[in-house]
Design a protein around this ligand. Structure first.
Ligand SMILES: [Zn+2]
Ligand SMILES: [Zn+2]
Length: 388
């Protein structure tokens, strides 16, 4: 593979950084040790940076030595998950109940590798902002960075993200224009009935049977409301109610998530969740209240930036390792908030067969480190080439 030679040379050091990060997983907005680790490395590279953006986020800025030019942002996520690691790796998590099970340890390391190389070889015209973003998994650190003025404090024309992707051919890059990942919404339905002795159900209103009917009815949204050629997922993930063998409870709470790609589908699904919940409950004399929270928007790439990113990927990995039209995923990603504000592209870096993201046996493959770092460097070379 046509890696950047100097980066290939510090592969062992990057591997050591990645494993150190892996053993210190920190979750949303608590990435303090992680931020200090990154700040320490950036200082060693001689890169100025600002910290404390979205609490634990960091942005480092490097100006090229070949003159003026555009500014771009390269983003890595920092947070870990509330998962107990089940590997026996010598560098496994040292923090109980927390784990880097999504490879963000690898993402930070690849961006640090690129920052190190570019700081020593700023052979470009323009500005690179290295964005280390907290709280990707659930709490929208990307949104908070945008709200705290990411694009005003560090003006940039384009922004790019990269995520490792198990199941995609090892060392391959994929991406496409339009939605790569879905929107993610949460909902909670509280079905209120009236408690009664379990042997005398006619004296109460049973929220359990209402909830059961509701779980089935909600599945008709994807199958009967949404155009079959559009994508939508409605998943009920929690059912809470009752604590006795012989008492019909007062209420049952259902919780779940909705995933869509298109704004109109998102609107339609939200409306149907509410209508079905109140309708089914009303049919049985119960009531339903619905809390519905729109979280991450879909992650939508812009066409020109995807082409530039895949071209850079082809220069880092060989052209036959570039997949230009991958299937989208119904997972979601808060890089979406940055793409809402600025043109850009989010690519997947294939990590081959192995445990899925968010599984307790997952580990980022260190063989990807020089490849991902080289991709960042090739992207900077292309986007910030001096004009003759
Ligand atoms: Zn994740
Ligand atoms: Zn992730």
């Amino acid at each position: 593979m046509p890696l950047v030679d100097e980066i290939a040379g510090f592969h062992p050091e990057m591997t050591a950084w990645r494993r150190e990060l892996h053993s210190h997983p920190e979750t949303a907005f608590e990435e303090n040790w992680t931020a200090a680790f990154i700040a320490d490395k950036l200082s060693a590279f001689g890169l100025p940076f600002e910290s404390g953006i979205a609490r634990t986020g960091i942005v480092a800025t490097l100006k090229g030595r070949l003159g003026e030019g555009p500014a771009i942002g390269l983003r890595a996520d920092m947070d870990a998950l509330d998962i107990t690691e089940m590997t026996n790796l010598p560098y496994r998590s040292t923090i109980s109940g927390k784990m880097h099970a999504c490879g963000h340890d690898g993402h930070m390391t690849m961006l640090l590798g690129a920052a190190r190389h570019l700081a020593a070889n700023p052979d470009f015209a323009g500005t690179v902002h290295f964005i280390f973003q907290p709280a990707e998994e659930m709490n929208g650190g990307g949104k908070v960075m945008v709200e705290e003025g990411l694009f005003e404090r560090f003006p940039m024309e384009r922004v790019f993200g990269l995520h490792n992707w198990p199941g995609q051919a090892f060392g391959s890059f994929s991406g496409k224009p339009g939605p790569m990942l879905a929107s993610s919404d949460l909902f909670e339905i509280t079905v209120k009935g009236r408690a009664a002795h379990a042997a005398m159900p006619h004296l109460g209103i049973d929220p359990v049977t209402v909830a059961g009917e509701l779980i089935g009815a909600l599945q008709t949204i994807a199958s009967r409301t949404v155009d079959p050629l559009e994508a939508a997922v409605v998943s009920i993930t929690q059912v809470h109610g009752g604590d006795a063998w012989n008492i019909i409870p007062d209420e049952v709470v259902l919780r779940g998530t909705v995933r869509t790609f298109q704004p109109a589908v998102r609107d339609a699904v939200e409306a149907r969740v509410k209508a079905i919940a109140t309708g089914v409950a009303g049919l049985h004399g119960a009531t339903a209240s619905v809390w519905y929270d729109r979280r991450y928007p879909p992650t939508v790439n812009t066409a020109a930036e995807v082409a530039l990113a895949l071209d850079a990927a082809g220069a880092a990995a060989d052209q036959d390792h570039v997949i230009p039209d991958p299937a989208s995923s119904m997972a979601s990603e808060d890089f979406a908030y940055m793409l809402e504000k600025t043109p850009g592209a989010y690519l997947w870096l294939g990590s081959g067969p192995g445990p899925a993201l968010h599984s307790s046996g997952y580990d980022f493959n260190d063989e990807l480190l020089p490849l991902g770092a080289s991709y960042w460097v090739r992207l900077v070379e292309r986007l910030l080439a001096p004009t003759a």
